[in-house]
Design a protein around this ligand. Structure first.
Ligand SMILES: C[S@@+](CC[C@H](N)C(=O)[O-])C[C@H]1O[C@@H](n2cnc3c(N)ncnc32)[C@H](O)[C@@H]1O
Length: 278
């Protein structure tokens, strides 16, 4: 097992009869790690969000740009990627270690299938380090106190927290703002916070129907407007250009995905941004 890897707190069984967040997303990205229940829900949501596949790809582009920005503009070389997702093209450690081979990454996910695949496929550079934590974002202390974190990242140096396409699974009543605040409390000044988040700002009806379809498939999905997404950055200073659509966040940083067969279509469905802890 890689340095700092831990496990054992969450169920380790994989139930393929119900849709899971990571596998539905994998289906939209054209991956193969999904089952009929995931594909069926993926299609139901796509019926209301025709550009969902493009959104998923644009989200990966934002992920890559946020990693590049953290390294090149903020000088951060440590990453805490919570809600990792199934391995796909250009994962966090690949982008980061391409820019700085010594970059260190801790991946966190609650889904045992994500962790199993990530451990098998997401090997880091020899100079850097990559670790995996099986934990639930609902309990941020379980992440911050995990030995896998302290043995991989230096807690005295800035850490780039990544909450990319994961906060939309939380209602405010789940303590969402407190969860983000507790994570920020656990990292030093100079750390960053990257968030992307599903929105209905450009198509209220489509988003509401997608939320209902997700609910019927057993998944929580919450659409937030731009000001609600901006509030998730409380305690940080937003870096330019602030909260904007996925594809418009720091486009000069590149990270265009090779597969251009499904060009972005229709309105934007997500907001994205990055804040820096002063
Ligand atoms: C849509 S995928 C996003 C993957 C990746 N961050 C990206 O943007 O490409 C969401 C991931 O968040 C994970 N997730 C959902 N709720 C979570 C929670 N409460 N704690 C930890 N991970 C969670 C899912 O298992 C899934 O892998």
């Amino acid at each position: 097992m890689p340095d700092g890897e831990t496990d054992g707190r969450l169920p380790t069984t994989i139930d393929t009869s119900v849709a899971h967040e990571a596998r539905v997303y994998d289906y939209w990205l054209g991956g193969v790690d999904n089952y009929p229940a995931d594909r069926s829900l993926g299609e139901a949501i796509a019926g209301h969000i025709p550009g969902v596949r493009s959104m998923a790809r644009a989200n990966r582009v934002f992920l890559g740009r946020s990693v590049r920005y953290a390294i090149t503009e903020l000088g951060i070389t440590q990453f805490l990627d919570i809600g990792t997702g199934l391995p796909t093209a250009r994962n966090t450690h690949q982008v980061a270690q391409e820019v700085n081979p010594a970059a260190r990454i801790v991946y966190v996910d609650k889904d045992p299938m994500v962790l199993a695949h990530a451990r098998a496929l997401m090997k880091g550079s020899p100079e850097g380090r990559t670790a995996f934590i099986h934990a639930d974002l609902r309990d941020p202390e379980s992440i911050l106190r995990d030995p896998g974190l302290s043995s991989t990242l230096d807690p005295d140096r800035p850490i780039a927290i990544m909450l990319i396409a994961v906060l939309m699974y939380f209602h405010d009543e789940d303590g969402l703002h407190d969860i983000v605040a507790r994570l920020l409390d656990g990292v030093p000044a100079g750390s960053s916070l990257a968030i992307s988040h599903f929105t209905g700002d450009f198509n209220d009806t489509g988003a509401a129907r997608a939320v209902q379809a997700a609910g019927r498939g057993g998944l929580t999905l919450v659409a937030r407007n731009r000001s609600e997404v901006e509030k998730l950055f409380a305690g940080t200073d937003l870096v330019p250009p602030g909260v904007t659509t996925l594809e418009n966040w720091q486009p000069a940083l590149g990270e265009d995905l090779p597969d251009e067969t499904d060009p972005h279509e229709g309105p934007a469905w997500a907001w994205a941004g990055m804040g820096r802890k002063p």
